[in-house]
Write a protein that binds this ligand. Structure first.
Ligand SMILES: [Zn+2]
Length: 577
């Protein structure tokens, strides 16, 4: 993937004004130090979308959308990262450093993308050449424009068609092998992995071919579906078949429909339902869930109505639950026996299929139906058991109206549990959670204070002297604080938005986002003093930590003469403070 130097991004974000970028697209209203609007990313009547000119980021309290001027362009204009960079650079009159970009691309990876693209073209040309494949496509009723949109192809029969055509030198052979296009027999001979199959290229979010799925044409052949193995480009737990095409076909995705196979995706598209995606032979992972909700607010999961289907649906629910911020919804459609989306839409047409989706089971209903299926809710015992089962799961739902309603429902069912707020049983998914979460009335920890100030006024870090003694403290959150300080040192122009961006996708991201949003009262100078004071106190704690360490060793009789000297000096230093 092409890389643009961080320093350039920092400069870009420092020069661009997020208020200007957003107000060109959304009507903003001044509200104190910030601007507010009705969120462009979810439906709402009262504004919960805020833009901060000081911190140079936006945040929606309703749906959680947030980011920098760059992420806004990506989210709102649906631009890919590089295009968003180009667009913003053009606005502020900066030149994107092209050659750096080129130099940073790993030539292996670049060539691998090229080879996957070549394989895709090879398969496509063979679809037009093969009578058998064309007859099959016709029988399945796939129109030429749909074939085109999904770049569907055909892998010819035989063991070396692709190999002979593309593996023209050792380097290309090696790339094709790394791309997962070959299999190897016992004697070490490589041969085409995909043979006599309809080929569905799998695209990444930028529309590059990264893998393939092949479906048998002959019903006698097996397996029915064959996917590329995991490769440097392809990790099946992170990719969704058809997402790129769905984004291309829809200005704004209101919903996504998750189905099982590529044929289902294509069949739905054939009927004008261009919002279907498929997982690639895996259960729905948390990465999938994140990707789905980042693309659309409503997600419909289609599963078989049988036992296996319900099991898979529950897996999906578990991945989805921690991501159900307000404004996001998940539904489950259990298909009638023997039907798949492909057969269903053919039989019932678009309206029939949409009607099925309309009557799909909301996540809340599926959740309680599944958990209470084997408990007797008329007995106290049964109620208690249900409450026990629900608690850890409910605790994963982000704060908001949906979580409240789910807990309320539990109370209705059992009479227990309403007071079990998320905070009490919070699953510790965030490493800095303990250090950074403060309950009302309690003084925030020093580390939390330092991190909050630093996030909001990154330049404070430049006032610190090296070595950063506090970094050696053994306390939760200290690594993060040190990382922030070093990051600002390396990228002195960085602003709050860009700092948050740096942590996007990491487990700390949510907590940092919250801290960045806090309103810190006081003037710049007071805040600087608060920050420096917190760091000074942390430095002092390190002194104490070292003294305790040495004293322990002293008691264990393991102290060298040098250590003893150090201990004496430290004790004196402590007295002197
Ligand atoms: Zn929103």
């Amino acid at each position: 993937m092409a890389r643009i130097p961080d320093a350039f991004i920092d400069e870009l974000l420092a020069r661009a004004d997020i208020v200007e970028v957003i107000s060109a697209r959304v009507q903003l209203k001044r509200q104190g130090r910030e601007f507010a609007a009705c969120c462009p990313f979810h439906d709402e009547r009262s504004p919960s979308f805020t833009v901060s000119p000081n911190k140079q980021f936006y945040h929606c309290f309703g749906c959680g959308a947030h980011g920098t001027a760059l992420s806004f362009l990506m989210q709102y204009d649906r631009l890919e990262f590089l295009d968003a960079v180009e667009e913003l650079a053009r606005r502020v009159g900066l030149e994107v450093p092209r050659d750096t970009q080129q130099r940073n691309v790993n030539p292996d990876t670049r060539d691998l993308y090229g080879e996957m693209e070549a394989a895709a073209s090879f398969f496509r040309s063979h679809l037009t050449q093969s009578d058998k494949a064309r007859a099959y496509v016709k029988k399945r009723g796939i129109a030429p424009e749909v074939l085109e949109h999904y770049a569907i192809g055909y892998a010819p029969d035989g063991f070396s068609a692709l190999r002979d055509a593309l593996g023209t030198d050792p380097r290309r052979m090696q790339l094709l092998e790394r791309g997962g296009l070959f299999s190897k027999n016992d004697r070490g001979n490589v041969y085409d992995k995909f043979r006599d199959r309809l080929m569905f290229p799998i695209h990444d979010r930028r529309g590059r071919v990264i893998a393939f799925g092949g479906r048998v044409i002959d019903p006698e052949d097996s397996p029915k579906y064959l996917n590329s193995p995991e490769t440097p480009l392809f990790h099946k737990g992170r990719e969704l078949y058809g997402l790129w095409q769905a984004r291309q076909a829809n200005q704004k995705l209101e919903r996504l429909i998750v189905v099982e196979g590529y044929m289902d995706v294509v069949a739905l598209a054939q009927y004008g339902i261009a919002q279907a995606v498929a997982t690639l032979g895996t259960a729905t992972t948390p990465e999938h869930a994140e990707l789905l909700f980042r693309s659309a607010p409503d997600v419909y999961f289609c599963f078989d109505g049988d036992r296996a289907g319900r099991g898979a649906a529950w897996k999906a629910l578990e991945s989805v639950l921690p991501r159900l911020k307000d404004g996001r919804q998940a539904f489950f459609l259990f298909l009638p026996d023997g039907e798949d989306p492909d057969s269903l839409v053919r039989k019932e047409g678009v309206e029939g299929f949409n009607a099925q989706l309309h009557s799909a089971t909301p996540l809340s209903e599926f959740f309680y139906a599944q958990l209470s299926s084997d408990v007797n809710l008329t007995s106290l015992d049964g109620k208690a058991r249900l409450a026990e089962r629900c608690k850890p799961l409910l605790a994963q739902i982000p704060d908001g109206a949906f979580g409240d309603l789910m807990r309320q429902r539990l109370t209705e069912l059992t009479g227990v549990g309403a007071s079990t707020s998320a905070a009490q049983v919070h699953v510790p998914t965030q490493r800095i959670g303990r250090a950074t979460r403060s309950t009302p009335g309690q003084k925030p920890s020093l580390i939390r204070t330092a991190i909050t100030h630093l996030l909001q006024r990154p330049s404070f870090a430049l006032a610190l002297q090296t070595p950063y003694r506090f970094a050696a403290l053994r306390q939760p959150g200290i690594d993060l604080l040190a990382e922030l300080v070093l990051l600002v040192r390396e990228r002195p122009d960085i602003n709050t938005g860009a700092l948050l961006e740096h942590f996007a996708g990491r487990e700390e991201a949510v907590s940092l986002q919250k801290l960045a949003l806090q309103d810190l009262p006081g003037e710049e100078d007071d805040l600087r003093i608060e920050f420096l004071d917190a760091i000074a106190q942390l430095d002092k704690q390190l002194l104490q930590q070292r003294i305790e360490e040495l004293q322990q060793q002293l008691h264990a009789g393991q102290l060298s003469e040098d250590d003893k000297q150090e201990l004496r000096e430290l004790l004196q230093a402590r007295l002197a403070r």
